[in-house]
Design a protein around this ligand. Sequence first.
Ligand code: ADP
Ligand code: MG
Length: 240
Amino acid sequence: MIKTEKLTKSYGDKQVLKGIDEQINSGEVVVIIGPSGSGKSTFLRCMNLLEEPTSGKVIFEGQEINKKGVNIDSIRTKMGMVFQSFNLFPHLTVLDNIMIGPQQVKKVPKDKAEAIARKLLARMGMSEKADVYPQSLSGGQKQRIAIARALAMEPDMMLFDEPTSALDPEMVGEVLQVMKDLALEGMTMVVVTHEMGFAKEVGDRILFMDEGQVMEQGTPDEIFNHPKNERTKDFLSKVL
Ligand code: ADP
Ligand code: MG
């Protein structure tokens, strides 16, 4: 579904991605772990071109997307992104937060956008929250709405950047459950997280990143039970 070739990203003379060759297949759940500052967010953001790669290629559904003349807005609608900080529109109701993308970007008629939004709200168990504003929601509810908003665009894949890191501990589970359900439905997902339980249980493949590179990757069993790389071992000894 998406592939990177010799992907690099530098800020000034600091290279934060050092040539990443990766491929994520349709239906796969790839979990990215690694220390803070290792380039996990930058890698995700290069995939949907929220950051412009310095060199290398990003190929999405067979199309090289980081070159001139590509309509990146239309490609971004196919990649839903969920951030640590929710990023809901504070001046819009929950329902409107979910409807606005399909209406404005995809020109979906209002009644159809509303139907999609209400269905997603029901799926999040939040139908009764349709008309409230984000500020009255808990963190876990906000993040479920952020996921619903991304799903309303009917993306082909979802990117999650530490979606539970800003949540109080008691709300982490409800968000991880929504993500797990999505994975079980076959959604292609790339998830940066420190939730090692989720990584083990839901991940098809784990990438361990350090210093702008994928240092080691494998199945959850390979990475968590039989890590080969010393850096992976060291990282896991600190987080497990
Ligand atoms: P992670 O998500 O693994 O914590 P990031 O991708 O956020 O790592 O950051 C990787 C490195 O790039 C860090 O050293 C960070 O300080 C640097 N970095 C990230 N974004 C910027 C930016 N906009 N300008 C300069 N440096 C940045
Ligand atoms: Mg990050």
